[in-house]
Design a protein around this ligand. Structure first.
Ligand SMILES: N[C@@H](CCC(=O)N[C@@H](CS)C(=O)NCC(=O)O)C(=O)O
Length: 202
């Protein structure tokens, strides 16, 4: 059985878990918690970047990051499920996934600034830049929400995970000014039960 080095609150891990559940692969993957802050956690030997998600396959092969893992799971499930076969549709899916991953990165960096830096070390302008990045990406999505008709893609799963993480870490403030994306997420949740099933405790 493959092992997914994980943490409950990680939006990147959630993306991979939703992908596995959506593709019916959950019995082939065991989630194993990792502590990215602990130098003694084997994660740092498993993945030279020391990040989660990291997927360890039965034959010892190690896969990272979340985009590679989701692409691998899609391949395992027969292919062209979370990434469409049509080349331009596939590129658009990858682009949407990249946008959502960028939002997650910017949100995670804001959290890390508080978690790992003492008050006097923190840069408010740098945190502001990350917040601005999240805001412009959200506004971009609000202007033209992704399609929710049809099966979920790696792109729509990633967007839902990015919104979930913003909700978790920033008290759902994004909902106030983005009604189209609130409706979008509700529609996504209704068609992808794995989303609510993987909601972090808070
Ligand atoms: N691009 C990576 C990002 C993964 C990432 O940033 N994971 C965070 C947890 S949400 C992490 O491992 N942080 C530990 C660290 O940066 O040291 C992916 O898509 O998997």
């Amino acid at each position: 059985m493959a092992i997914l080095r994980s943490a409950a609150a990680s939006p990147f891990v959630r993306k991979c878990t939703i992908a596995a559940l959506t593709l019916g692969l959950e019995t082939q993957i065991e989630s194993q918690p990792a502590n990215t802050a602990d130098p003694l956690d084997p994660l740092r030997q498993q993945n030279p970047l020391g990040k989660i998600p990291t997927l360890i396959l039965d034959d010892g092969e190690v896969l990272y990051d979340s985009r590679v893992i989701v692409a691998y799971l899609d391949h395992l499930a027969g292919g062209n499920k979370l990434y469409p076969a049509d080349p331009m549709e596939r590129i658009q899916t990858l682009k949407l996934e990249a946008l959502a991953d960028g939002m997650m990165d910017a949100a995670v960096l804001q959290v890390y600034e508080k978690r790992y830096r003492a008050e006097h070390e923190r840069s408010h302008s740098w945190v502001e830049r990350q917040a601005e990045r999240c805001a412009t990406a959200l506004n971009h999505l609000e202007q033209a929400p992704p399609q929710t008709t049809g099966a979920p893609t790696a792109g729509t799963i990633a967007v839902a995970c990015a919104l979930g993480y913003l909700g978790l870490r920033f008290e759902g403030a994004w909902r106030r000014n983005h009604p189209a994306m609130v409706a979008w997420l509700n529609a996504f949740r209704a068609t992808v039960p794995a989303y609510d099933a993987t909601a972090p405790a808070g």
